[in-house]
Design a protein around this ligand. Sequence first.
Ligand code: T5A
Ligand code: NA
Length: 218
Amino acid sequence: MSDPSSSRRGAFIVFEGLDRCGKSTQVARLVERLERKGDRARLQKFPDRTTAIGKMIDAYLQSKAEMDDHAIHLLFSANRWECANAIRRDLENGITVIADRYAFSGIAFSAAKGLPFDFCLNPDKSLPLPDLTLYMTLSQEEASSRSQFGEERYETVSMQSATRQQFTLVAQEVKNRHGKERWVEVDARGTIEEVETRIEGIIANLTSQGVQGEIGKL
Ligand code: T5A
Ligand code: NA
């Protein structure tokens, strides 16, 4: 008899949300928790500021470099493409990949600056499709009160508010094209532990059992 678990692969789980909503905190705790349990998991941060492209993005975000809006948009996407093969390989090898932001940030932030939505969407098409995206929601008042808000380029109230509107369109696009079950909102209010418990409830099955079937395409 064939082992049904052999056809399972790792889950690709993405965390999204506006700046300072607590993504990195939750992603780090999740990966640690999985590893403590003995599961294989890997954190993938976007932008990945360690690559050559990532260093250009970092300089832009810190306002140490200026760039055309289209050009920086394509660099954010290129930064995902340079990581795409490693993500696929890990998923196929049964590793859970947890991403701190992904293409959805790319679309929402660039569209918020006024670039056409379709232009923002196109460069990321065919990237690995997340099995689940957790969109963390927090009011602007609460996000702005968290430490270091305002240090990087997009951390202004007007930019965050425009991005919040674009994320609504991105969510609709994902649900229409890939199914409602792939995009779930998480209330990011409350203590770190309270948010963690909410997240655990949502992803428990995905991380413990893996996923059956091919990796989809964005
Ligand atoms: N971007 C990104 C694009 O324009 N295009 C793209 O394609 C991509 C991928 C950098 C910017 O790049 C843009 C979006 C961004 O503007 P980043 O590197 O993810 O993206 O940004 P960071 O500055 O690292 O992260 P964020 O600002 O988004 O913060 P997080 O990760 O949401 O929040 P976190 O966990 O660092 O927490 C923020 C603070 O709050 C505290 C933490 O201790 C920390 O001090 N905190 C809490 N406080 C109270 N209660 C809780 N529950 C808390 N949880 C965390
Ligand atoms: Na972060």
